[in-house]
Design a protein around this ligand. Structure first.
Ligand code: ATP
Ligand code: MG
Length: 239
């Protein structure tokens, strides 16, 4: 059984269906990518998986846990990290305070200190900016902080909404390398990404969303080699 399994999800806002009959699997240690054009429903899908957007129907299982029966705030304590697309750091708090917020629900002070130390080891660029206000960080550093905070409770799966968007190629490369290291260390990753080529090159598996439906799925390599996907969704020519 996959670590994370969503089946036939229908979700949206009010009475409006945005996501229609989408199924997603994420196996242990995998990096799974959801790509698709602007407005295709990527963020809505990701949010619906943990109940931040209303699901009309479908099932979501995280291991044995039926996520249709748990509140969104319980996802963190179950081992699911979520990094939203926007406003994913507390601008007026320092880097260190942001990381402490990642452990706000915990009482084990020693464990928190150990996790902070581990986080700074994993993100030396944040250790150098501990006392800086998050709003003063560069785009890439902000993404790293958001990811680092989500990693504080040591999740088994990390859900990320466009972690590479609006970054320079160099910063995007750095953030992606961090994510690949996190994956290697044993956390599965489900990420939405417009930077599709970069993401698919590293993906175990990918899904293509268009107008709220999954129009294609396959390994990263299969999707990148697909002619119609390359032309219609990736803006690439033939290979
Ligand atoms: N809070 C909301 N209320 C009503 N409709 C919404 C809301 N958020 C998004 N939508 C609509 O849902 C559709 C999908 O939006 P969504 O943000 O999920 O797309 P996306 O693929 O993440 O786009 P982008 O690539 O721009 O981030 C759009 O038509 C959008 O207008
Ligand atoms: Mg989005």
């Amino acid at each position: 059984m996959p670590l994370f399994q969503a089946k036939n999800i229908r979700a949206g806002y009010g009475d409006v269906v945005i996501i229609d009959d989408v199924s997603i699997n994420v196996a242990n240690d995998h990096l799974v990518v959801i790509v698709g054009p602007n407005g295709s429903g990527k963020s809505t899908l990701l949010k619906s998986l943990i109940g931040l957007v209303h699901r009309f129907s479908g099932t979501v299982f995280y291991g044995e846990h039926d996520l249709t029966k748990t509140a969104p705030w319980q996802a963190t304590s179950l081992g699911i990290g979520y990094v939203p697309q926007v406003d994913n750091v507390f601008a007026k708090l320092t880097v260190h305070e942001n990381l402490e917020m990642g452990a706000y629900s915990r009482r084990d002070k020693e464990g928190i200190q150990a996790d902070l130390a581990k986080t700074y080891e994993r993100f030396p660029e944040l250790a150098a900016r501990k006392k800086a206000l998050a709003e003063t960080l560069s785009g890439g550093e902000k993404q790293m902080l958001a990811i680092a905070r989500a990693m504080m409770p040591e999740p088994k799966i990390l859900l990320l909404d466009e972690p590479l968007a609006f970054l320079s190629p160099k910063s995007a490369g750095k953030v992606l390398n961090k994510l690949l290291q996190i994956q290697k260390d044993g956390t599965a990753i489900l990420m939405v990404e417009q930077n599709a080529v970069k993401a698919l090159q590293n993906a175990s598996y990918g899904y293509v969303l268009n107008e709220g439906r999954c129009v294609m799925e396959g390994t990263g390599a299969e999707l990148l080699a697909n002619k119609s996907l390359r032309e219609k969704f990736l803006g690439l020519g033939n290979i």
